[in-house]
Structures are given as C-alpha cells and as structure tokens.
Design a protein around this ligand. Structure first.
Ligand code: NI
Length: 250
C-alpha cells in the first residue's frame, strides 16, 4: 500500500526509521510527504532524498498569502527538478480559514496548476468549504491529473471531479461514526478512482481517534473501504495501490 498524503513533522525526525519500519511491517512500501509552504516543501524533499520509501509533493496553500513575500513559484520549480518530487501540492482553496481573499487564492491555485501542466505532474488539491469554486477552476484545464485530498463533498461532485480526470482521496474521516458524505462516496464510486491517505499527524482513524496519526494506519482506511464496498481487503489494497502508482508515476 501507499500512504499518498502525510506530513512528517520535525518532531518525527528522531524516530522516522521506526515509522518506516512500522510501515514496512504493515505492508506500506511508499509514503508521500506533502508540502504546503516553502519550508515544509523543502523538508519533504529533504526526507525524500534521504529515505527510499519517501516521496514528496511541493506546493503553496492559501495560508502563504497571509505573509508578504512568503512564496515564490521559482522556488517550486527548483524543487520540481528533484526526481522524487512526484507532484504539486497541497494546493487549492480554503474558505474555512480565509474568506477575504478568494480571488487571490484562485490566482495562486491557478499559477500552480499551470506549473503542474508545464512539468506534467499531478496536483494534490486541498479544498475546504470551496468546492464549487474549486471545481470551476479545475474544469478549465484539460489534461490535468490529480487528486482531491481528504475529500468531503457529495457523491455527485465526486463524480464530476472524476470526469475531469481526478482521483478521490480517502482518509481517517471515513472511519468516524458521524461522517456521512465520504461513506456514500466510497459506496458509490468505482474503486479505480479511490486513493488511500492518512494526512497524518491529523485526522487519526478510529480506534485511535484523538491520538497521533501515522502513515502505517493507512491499512485501517483500506479495511473501512473493504467493509463499505463489501469487496475483499486484498482487492482494495491492490487496486488503490495501482491507482496511486498510475497517478504518481511509480
Ligand atoms: Ni494535508
């Protein structure tokens, strides 16, 4: 299996070998560390350089707009030269945290979509309370590859994103008792459009909710999908892994 989206943070560095060992034991042979600003993107690339099992995506989330001169797309282009950088992300729109700069957010999002097209890389989309705008932006670009990270929208929208060539990433929220949308999405969407992710250290799946999340919990998500779709676990593992390999070109 592959954890297609996580954030290994500075505090993990001292036990990162242990984390990778646990991944191996749990059948996870690759993890993708996602950047969201320049510093985290550089850290992700550093880790990817150091460890075989780790790959990186690099990108700027709308939060970089809060500080002046905190981002420069040229820096991303430099990082993109690294062979272990497999995509651009997290990028996207966040109207939950930032409501006053929607046009600026879209501009930043679009500039990184263009970069992805220039380098033929998939994008990892973060979209919070902005699904329609996100869709309207993305649908303007054909030949786009990517995934809706931590998808929380409706089944109908999920199908529209799939039509645009995107995958739907499923994480720990699918194991929460009160999550409804994502369970419906899992139920109705073909397995060939679903990716596994943990978004660790956030959104820890049940039964570990409230504690720290780790990439090696990605199997819990696979189990949940297996139960919801009533498809055997091995098939879930094989298909979602093959999806991730296709998208990130492994
Ligand atoms: Ni994330």
């Amino acid at each position: 299996m592959i954890d297609t989206h996580c954030h290994i943070e500075i505090e993990d560095y001292k036990n990162i070998e242990q984390i990778l060992e646990n991944c191996k034991k749990n059948g996870i042979d690759k993890i993708i560390v996602s950047g969201y600003d320049l510093e985290s993107s550089k850290e992700a690339v550093k880790l990817a350089d150091k460890y075989d099992a780790i790959y990186a995506t690099v990108g700027f989330l709308p939060e970089v707009l809060q500080k002046e001169n905190s981002y420069d797309l040229n820096d991303l282009e430099i990082l993109l030269q690294n062979k272990k950088v497999v995509g651009i992300g997290e990028i996207g729109l966040d109207y939950y945290w930032y409501k006053d700069n929607k046009e600026e957010q879209k501009k930043l999002f679009i500039s990184q979509i263009k970069l992805a097209l220039k380098y033929n890389k998939p994008i990892v989309i973060h979209c919070r309370e902005a699904i329609q705008d996100c869709y309207d932006v993305v649908k303007k670009y054909s030949n786009l590859k990517g995934t809706m990270h931590c998808y929380s929208g409706s089944v109908e929208m999920a199908k529209e994103f799939v039509k645009l060539g995107l995958y739907i990433s499923v994480g720990g929220v699918s194991t929460f008792k009160n999550s409804k949308n994502i369970k419906e999405v899992i139920n109705e969407l073909d397995l060939e459009y679903i990716l596994l992710e943990t978004d660790s250290p956030y959104l820890t799946p049940e039964p570990y909710r409230g504690k720290r999340n780790y990439p090696y919990y990605v199997g819990i998500i696979a189990e949940k999908i297996s139960k919801i779709k009533n498809i055997d676990l091995k098939t879930i593992e094989i298909i979602t892994t093959s999806n991730a390999c296709k998208l990130f070109d492994f």
